[in-house]
Design a protein around this ligand. Sequence first.
Ligand code: GLU
Length: 481
Amino acid sequence: MTVRVRIAPSPTGNLHIGTARTAVFNYLFARHHGGKFILRIEDTDLERSRPEYTDNILSGLRWLGLNWDEGPFFQSQRLHLYSQAVQQLLDQGLAYRCYTTSAELDALREAQKARNEAPRYDNRHRNLTPEQQAAFEAQGRTSVIRFRIEDGREIVWNDLVRGQMSWRGSDLGGDMVIARASTEGVGQPLYNFVVVVDDIDMEISHVIRGEDHIANTAKQILLYEALGAKIPEFAHTPLILNQEGRKLSKRDGVTSISDFQKMGFTAEGLVNYMTLLGWSPPDSTQEIFTLETAAQGFGFERVNKAGAKFDWDKLDWLNSQYIHSMPVDKLTDLLIPFWEEAGFEFTGGRDRGWLEELVTLVAASLTRLVDAVEMTKLFFIDTVEFSEEGSQQLKQEASTAALEGIIAALENQPELTAETAQNIIKQVVKEQNVKKGVVMRSLRAALTGDVHGPDLIQSWLLLNQIGLDRPRLHQGIIAGN
Ligand code: GLU
């Protein structure tokens, strides 16, 4: 069998982490079996669907490296297929026109509630005669199309994650609406129906989606049967939960892939983390892998039934691993948009070579890309801001003398290199008979405003290259008085 799977997002919001994780599992399954991964945009809800959400979904999937083999297909361009299928069910007597008004449905629901019964449609228009239909139409009533669901049916499937599943037809709410009323044709087809028509048409072999779709699956299996199609395999993946064990939602801060991107996560780190949200690799000690490596070991026997808790620390750790092992030119490319967003300008000697040296300086300290903004700010502003400790350091007597010594030594030093910088420090230590630590701390405080930070000599060289070291040494002396 050729494996054909799909991700079918609705463009009613940005690409959600849950949808992206479902996409990851579909992608891994397709790659594992040498199958096809298809993208379908479920945009039949005209009021809530927006083109900018479609753009966000497409660019999010591409950014994550979840490249699809076919599509994107848009349901809004396939309406003729759905109408045909509705007509087929009507012709076969498996579906019918229902003229019940919303007031009648409300009354039905109220009566069921009063009897403590679950709300369901009572199938009252299942067997209308052509005369009864004509009479309703003469009253100006519109009709929806309902699909017959036999109460006595038992729907059983072997879920690839959850094992044997079964539903009773009587628990599906009565004959289901497959198309909403509209003035022309067979009306506007609804989600459960169009999904089945598309999955049949696209020859989907495995439907892999979130467990919130389980009840839909029972209904959809009946539709496959009615349309005379082969029923695919189903795999319902666990939900993503927050720390409290509830479904991850907007209230947890970020939920869309573009938010994670803005927060400074790398595509590789995030997608690696998502593969681990509900799946564990055959070698469970291995946590860092590409999509292609994960695909080799992927299978549903290692997907958990229980919800997957979202763990920010783990995501941060994985992300930092990717940042730390990234080639400097690539990391520089990724950091430039964050610097630009912060308003930093690449002028006054801050050329590509200089930027790459700056990246080398801070790379090992980054957890998220965005951390680089705070960490490198002092290299983009003219006047440094002093921390409490930084200004205390500069107020020490030895500090002023050390900075004056450094300035004097710099005068005789046409070019600053790592070696000449070390020599200047040694010279000042000797001349003034102070501890090396004092000179280093004073130098750091003057250049960076603080007493902690990345490698001092490298920081100095970078500031020297853009002509900021001398002014800051003078500024440090002033700040110490
Ligand atoms: N459009 C559905 C959703 O976004 C997906 C349905 C499916 O995978 O069958 O939840």
